[in-house]
Design a binder for this molecule. Structure first.
Ligand code: LR7
Ligand code: MN
Length: 580
């Protein structure tokens, strides 16, 4: 979730990640549509022909460059124009101590003006862009729990100072049951100077997801614009977002999220051409569109980027559309996964998610949440993701479970999903397969992990099924009885049946498959095939306590016996492996 704090290390991080997940293009900027290869053409298909406005178009105007901070009162103030700030000599200890108030340099945040100027980081060409005079109004919804005072104020000021006033219907601050005193009367008093700011106080901790919903219920604008409570909206940020929603109400528009350093509070731009994607098991990530794809398709810096998923915190959505979509799954708790849920829902049920390069908002990226989770953090996020997977991923949910041992082995109490499934039906949403084909074709999502014959590395023989029992035989890749699939849920499948060890004598037989039956799951790591019952507690020092599949020339029948890493007749390879 963390955009690193320099532009360069961000790039380095991404490069490092490339080896894991190959970069390819999907959701590329629209103007490149005609030039794309067949594979990606479908991605570019847009239901709404967007007319490129001409300067003489009536009813349109250039994006307003509203920024009341351009000539700041105190140009020499620390952090002004987004410059990095250094903790003054002798204050290091204090700065260090205060870090944990927000998991960033709170001391410096308090030092810099709450209405500092920042550099206009928009790419060339944004200033000339036209938007409609009759853009819809928006309610800006900012949820917070124990947000740092100066940061919260700076977020609000940046909205007030850099947005056309007529477009801001209100700023709704949703206080998610904060414990800090300054967020009570003091905040009320401060915000009283701004008639557009309303504070909504929740009487118990809702978590960010339900807090946003509480805000949405109260919102009176045409469009909902969600922001985190530690952001700085840049010049001209709002109109390009609202323009997209105005052109088509099922476009969900995200700004480019820039980086406010957690260490020195500097405002930094980010690399262009980044898409929001996810990697298994459903972790959000940024992925740069490869330079050759950018060059070949002549993608411009100002071109809109269609994204398989959104980061989650910063976006504009038509209010009615948000409610038609059933908002968020109310069963999602506290934090995490809601960006996946909304992204899948939007794409699969007829909408689009876009990053608008001419809209830029800075965000303080932190290494850890500064607030407490009512329940265990990991478990909360996992539970949320399981809900999303169960409702939206169809048969691909196995990939999700298969990528986290923890996910598969825990009996997570995820609650009732019938309403969410009902909603998906009611909205006539497309399948996850459709999403993969049309929105995210570069996601690797093979149906199984490995297929073909299962070869014993030492003996060079293969497993074959004889009278529903597994035996060793000369390999014959064309033989049906030697064909197996190793699934994401660790089943070794032969046709519709599964290889299972017989407890009494350690032989192997075909059994009916059952994803929940741990007794028939096999962990296949590097070349060993472990008997599953113990997989939950795998400690590799206790290797000898595990049972492994072993091949023996003297006995035709296969058995599971104590694992021994020195025995190469316990090593097995499938014919084909698939990366995901
Ligand atoms: O219980 C809570 N109640 C809240 O009101 C927990 C959080 N919150 C508030 C919090 O004060 C903050 O303003 O909700 C907002 C988001 O929480 P963060 O800032 O701790 O989240 P994040 O920035 O680490 O995480 C990103 O993913 C989240 C997943 O649930 C949300 O979607 C965040 O909005 C989202 N932030 C962004 O997309 C900004 C860019 C980050 C990236 C990539
Ligand atoms: Mn945040």
């Amino acid at each position: 979730r963390n955009r690193n704090d320099t532009h360069f290390s961000l790039l380095a991080l991404q490069r490092a990640a490339v080896s894991q997940i190959n970069q390819t293009l999907s959701g590329a900027p629209e103007p490149a549509r005609a030039k794309l290869t067949a594979k990606f053409q479908s991605v570019q298909h847009s239901q709404h022909k967007v007319k490129i406005p001409q300067p003489e178009d009536p009813g349109m105007h250039r994006v307003l460059q509203i920024d009341v901070t351009v000539s700041p009162r105190d140009p020499k103030a620390p952090g002004q124009f987004g410059r990095p700030v250094v903790v003054p000599l002798g204050k290091e200890k204090e700065a260090e101590r205060r870090w944990k108030e927000g998991n960033f340099n709170v001391y410096l945040s308090d030092l810099i003006p709450v209405d500092r100027a920042i550099e206009d980081t928009r790419p060339a060409g944004c200033e000339e862009q036209l938007v409609h005079d009759s853009l819809p109004t928006t309610s800006v919804i900012m949820c917070f729990v124990d947000e740092v005072w100066s940061t919260l104020l700076r977020s609000v000021h940046s909205v007030l100072n850099r947005s056309p006033p007529n477009l801001i219907k209100e700023i709704l601050l949703v206080d998610d049951f904060s414990t800090k005193d300054y967020l009570k009367d003091k905040l009320d008093k401060y915000m009283a100077q701004f008639p557009k700011v309303r504070i909504l106080r929740l009487r118990e901790r809702h978590g960010l997801i339900r807090a946003r919903l509480a805000g949405a219920e109260q919102a009176t604008g045409d469009v909902l614009t969600f922001l985190d409570s530690h952001v700085e909206c840049n010049i001209g940020w709002l109109e390009p977002l609202l323009e997209r929603v105005y052109l088509s109400k099922n476009k969900v528009a995200c700004p480019v999220i820039e980086v406010i350093s957690d260490k020195d509070m500097s405002y930094m731009t980010v690399d262009n051409f980044q898409r929001g994607i996810f990697v298994w098991p459903m972790n959000f990530a940024w992925r740069t569109i490869p330079p050759d794809v950018v060059a070949k398709n002549r993608i411009k810096e100002t071109d809109i980027i269609r994204c398989p998923v959104m980061a989650g915190g910063l976006f504009s959505i038509d209010k009615n559309y948000f409610f038609e979509l059933g908002t968020y799954d109310h069963g999602l708790d506290v934090w995490g996964g809601e960006n996946m849920e909304l992204s899948f829902k939007v794409w699969m049920c007829g909408g689009e998610i876009e990053i608008i390069p001419c809209s830029r908002v800075g965000h303080i990226f932190r290494n850890d949440n500064p607030y407490s989770f009512p329940r265990d953090r990991m478990r909360t996020v996992e539970r949320n993701l399981v809900r999303v997977a169960e409702v939206w991923l169809d048969e691909y949910k196995d990939l999700f479970y298969g990528h986290g041992d923890h996910l598969m082995d825990q009996e997570l109490q995820v609650g009732d999903l019938s309403q969410q499934r009902e909603l998906r039906k009611k909205l006539r949403c497309k399948s996850f397969k459709w999403y993969l084909e049309h929105v995210f074709p570069d996601l690797k999502a093979p149906a199984v992990r490995a297929t073909g014959v299962l070869i014993n590395v030492e003996l060079g023989k293969c497993i074959s099924i004889e009278n529903a029992t597994a035996a060793l035989e000369e390999c014959d890749r064309s033989k049906q009885l030697q064909q197996f699939n190793y699934t994401w849920l660790r089943l070794i499948k032969h046709r519709e049946s599964c290889l299972a060890p017989i407890p009494d004598n350690g032989t192997l037989e075909l059994h009916p498959c059952d994803n929940r039956n741990k007794g028939i799951k096999w962990l296949h790591k590097s070349t060993s095939v472990f008997h599953p019952e113990l997989v939950n507690h795998i400690v590799f020092e206790n290797y000898h306590q595990l049972l492994c599949l072993e091949g023996n020339l003297s006995q035709k029948i296969l058995k599971v016996v104590a694992c021994d890493p020195m025995k190469s007749n316990q090593k097995w390879r499938f014919e084909n492996y698939y990366e995901a």
